[in-house]
Design a protein. Structure first.
Length: 330
């Protein structure tokens, strides 16, 4: 019997016994969960805003754990720390065969339409497991998966020391984009409607500029990363990108009005970017997090014992915090 966080239906989250398979298949491993990060998609599933979510479902997909058992095909040693690639892929469709497993026709996601990993122990196929190097601390390692989302988006566009980068949205992924752009030495401006979030960003990344959306003039940035995921943020991105510039849309705004004349006259390139390619984007994420110069700690708002899940979710839902971590070891 294993305890975990079960989302019975939108708004009804409980800690108790959750479904768990007995025994391991040849290619599977069992991990003891150390940390779980609450993601924006977890909040959306909790609120019932994802139409493809299935209930009841064990929550969570940002998982750091320790291998405690392996199937017959041992690929990772017992005792090693690992993170999870939480999106399944078939390996056979046109997208998978071209290396684009992130847009697999049969993709399913932990904590949404597959059972998630917010539990004491968790079993998963070894093909979805990435080993964590010893030099990466637990608090940094739990960011490997969400940082891979930003790594994937940054691969769409060239970023140099002189690139003017606007980042719209200062939630967790927005702050990871700030950290990455700063690491590259770009000239970074963080933009958000929440002045408190902006102040926190400036406090920890002193070399960046901060602005409320109505303070930003048009045609300012070579590259704009839209990570807020709301209509106004995407529309603002079109205004503030320079002619000939590019927008990378990482946020999932349901709908936006696009001024096609402006898009055409400014010759803007727009790139959609969803999750990551495995394992390359995870390995790049690990490379960043292995360097202490890559500043990640300010993005953690709080670490709470999993038994305080209600408080943790309340903080995550408030929109006032960055990353909230659940500690499964306390």
């Amino acid at each position: 019997m294993v305890n975990g966080l079960l989302l019975k239906k939108p708004g009804e989250l409980t800690w108790g016994t959750v479904p768990a398979p007995e025994g391991l298949k040849e290619d599977e491993i069992k991990i003891r969960v150390i940390y779980g990060g609450i993601c924006g998609s977890d909040v959306a599933v909790y609120k019932g805003k994802l139409t493809h979510a299935h209930y009841p479902v064990v929550a969570g997909h940002e998982i750091l754990g320790e291998v405690i058992e392996t199937g017959n095909q041992e690929v990772i040693q017992i005792g090693k720390r690992v993170v999870i690639q939480p999106n399944s892929y078939c390996g056979e469709c046109e997208q998978c065969l071209s290396g684009k497993t992130n847009i697999c026709n049969d993709k399913k996601s932990l904590g949404i339409n597959n059972q998630g990993g917010f539990s004491e122990e968790f079993i998963i196929s070894s093909k979805y497991v990435i080993e964590v190097p010893d030099e990466v601390t637990d608090e940094r390692a739990v960011f490997i998966e969400p940082l891979a989302v930003i790594v994937h988006g940054f691969k769409k566009v060239p970023i140099t020391k002189n690139t003017r980068v606007g980042i719209v949205g200062c939630g967790t992924e927005g702050m990871l984009a700030v950290a990455t752009a700063s690491y590259y030495g770009a000239k970074v401006t963080a933009i958000d409607v929440n002045s408190e979030k902006l102040s926190k960003a400036k406090e920890h990344y002193s070399d960046i500029e901060i602005c409320l959306p109505d303070e930003v003039e048009e045609n300012q940035f070579d590259i704009v990363f839209e990570v807020a995921g709301v209509k106004s943020a995407f529309e603002k991105s079109i205004d503030i990108v320079k002619p000939g510039g590019a927008i990378v849309a990482i946020g999932l705004a349901p709908m936006a009005e696009i001024p096609v004349v402006k898009l055409v006259r400014k010759e803007i390139s727009i790139y959609g970017s969803i999750i990551y390619n495995v394992p390359d984007d995870f390995h790049k994420s690990i490379e960043f997090l292995s360097d202490k110069a890559f500043q990640i700690e300010p993005i953690i708002s709080d670490i709470l014992p999993v038994q305080q899940f209600a408080e943790a979710y309340e903080k995550a839902i408030s929109g006032k915090c960055r990353k909230i971590l659940l500690d499964f070891t306390r």
